[in-house]
Write a new protein. Sequence first.
Length: 276
Amino acid sequence: MDNNDFEARSKSGNIALFGIICITVLFFILTRGGANTQLGNFLALTPGTLRDFQLWRLVTSLLVNYDPWNLFFAMFTLYIFGNLSTPVLGPHKTICLYLFSGVIGNLLLLAFVWRYPDTPILGCYGAVMGVLMASAMILPNMQMYLLFIPFPIKIKTMAIVFFVFYLLFTQMSVYSSMIVGGFLGGYLFMKLFARKHVSWELLDLLFIKRRGAAQNPRPAYTFNPNPSPRKDKSPVDSNEVDRILAKLSHTGINSLTPEEVDELQQYLDELKGGRS
């Protein structure tokens, strides 16, 4: 994978992310924010419909969201964290991650409401939580500023904060199981289908250090949405960038040294500066 492929991967990943957001908002408008319309009722999931083997509802229920504020916070979270994971995962794995996490979230909620056949199960919270978890596993120690917080926060810390916020937002009700399921779904997807990009384990939440983690701590990187060109460094060698991108593609981001990450960041800064 050369630098042109990396740029194309980032663009296509962002297009996939933007497509998910647009489709979700469109169906929110079409269903008028709930399952009480004909279209919403057709897309929403209940234990009863699953007993009738209407399996497509495990996916289509992600398109039915009942409240505009719920949808806003979900899409805001997806945009923030999806922009971190899509350049690494690419468009296809991003879409699969979103759907896989959403289905796992729905299944966990189904386990709690299975005795009530008409209980509606809808919303994209589980899918969004999966993207949140994946971003934390890919770039755990990367730092970024968020809204009006005056200091940078590590992605893994921010992911935990968002996770707890959504649990409280659902009032720790049975619907919180969808949040937990989506979070676990993102973890399972990364471990099963994108293992080479994992640099932070779920067990780290319990402060259990993995073998080698203490000897090789990951450095913290600060995300700057408007980077300025680095005048103190010579232009990045394109051959070196190709080598780093090939290494990233084959062995994952966790294999890069701090110097290689710095080189890649400088290249991205120069690339962005050349567009302006």
